[in-house]
Write a protein of this length. Structure first.
Length: 336
């Protein structure tokens, strides 16, 4: 009787197939992971490009750049006071990011009495341009991008032997809240930058930025976000504001929420260098001013937008004096 034809695979053959498949997966996986990382980085870059464009449109409309913090009266027609609502740069450009409805809610309180959540519902939408998809979930803050705030508020540099308070020679975005009469209302336009707008950083990414607007739940508002009552003619509920992050140590570290600064110290604190101390926990109430520097999950670099609108890569091994010069619109007067 003729032998029947054997059907199927032997165990050895199956093992060979499994090994081959495993080798192919091992070869392809890094390429897939790398492609996904490049796609996330590209999206981060696109987000920054939109933010830079929105900032330029805001400047064209207002004839100046916004402050990193901006005061608005709680009652239309009144002057800015320390009790006014203080809005971040991110809120100021909402109207230029197709978030007009949210901008209206922040800009002009509604007249009818609403619950707190109802009042802020729609005012703090998920704005995709404020988030970098490459940021890991452990650093999942509402804001991943920060603006150039120059030197730390309340500090000075020296020029020709004389101390100089913070000014337009140090950075691009300033405190325009009006919360402190001793802080001048600094105005800057990108076409008047002495070192050139193409040589001056506007914004970049920081995985330890905090929030671009207060949380909806009043109980969740950190101590540094004060609740200022609205006059009864407008509403009976408090509206959360940035009071200038009261209670923090002097010099003021307000800019650590939404901006980045350059250090005047020598040697430079390690955490103030690009991409350093990335594992530090984000403190939403009182962020560490030493974490107000560029950082990302892109490896050894960050993406940065310049005041002329172009974007470029800044590597974390950059000489710190060069980084200072990129932040300062006027290197000479900044004492660099």
């Amino acid at each position: 009787m003729a032998d029947r034809c054997r059907v199927g695979f032997t165990l050895v053959e199956l093992l060979v197939v499994v090994v081959i498949i495993a080798m192919l997966v091992a070869l392809l996986l890094p390429a897939v992971v790398g492609a996904r990382a490049r796609a996330r980085e590209a999206q981060c870059t696109n987000n920054q490009r939109e933010l830079v464009r929105a900032m330029a449109n805001c400047e064209n409309a207002k004839d100046r750049l916004p402050g990193y913090i901006n005061g608005f009266p709680t009652v239309p027609g009144t002057s800015r006071t320390p009790s006014a609502r203080n809005l971040s740069w991110a809120v100021m450009i909402l109207d230029y990011l197709e978030q007009g409805e949210a901008w209206k809610r922040w800009r002009k309180p509604e007249t009818e009495t609403l619950t707190y959540d109802d009042k802020r519902a729609g005012a703090t939408p998920e704005v995709p341009q404020f988030k970098c998809p490459a940021v890991e979930s452990s650093h999942n803050a509402p804001l991943n991008y920060v603006v150039n705030c120059g030197i730390q508020d309340g500090t000075q540099t020296t020029y020709q032997g004389n101390p100089r308070n913070e000014g337009p020679m140090h950075g691009v975005f300033f405190d325009r809240s009006g919360r402190d009469a001793t802080i001048p209302m600094i105005t800057l336009t990108t076409d008047k930058i002495p070192d050139g707008s193409s040589q001056t950083l506007m914004l970049t990414e920081n995985i330890q930025a905090t929030q671009w607007a207060p949380p909806l739940d009043p109980a969740a508002i950190p101590a540094s976000w004060a609740a200022v009552p609205i006059p009864p003619s407008w509403s009976t509920v408090p509206i959360a504001t940035w009071s200038g992050w009261a209670g923090e140590a002097t010099p003021d570290s307000s800019a650590a929420h939404v901006g980045f600064v350059w250090s005047q110290q020598s040697p430079v604190p390690q955490c103030m260098k690009i991409n350093q101390c990335k594992d530090a926990e984000v403190d939403f109430a009182n962020p560490n001013i030493q974490h107000a520097r560029p950082s990302s999950f892109h490896g050894d670099r960050v993406v940065a937008g310049y005041c002329d609108g172009h974007l470029d890569t800044v590597f974390d091994d950059i000489e710190y004096n060069v980084f200072r010069a990129l932040m300062a619109p006027d290197d000479t007067r900044a004492g660099l």
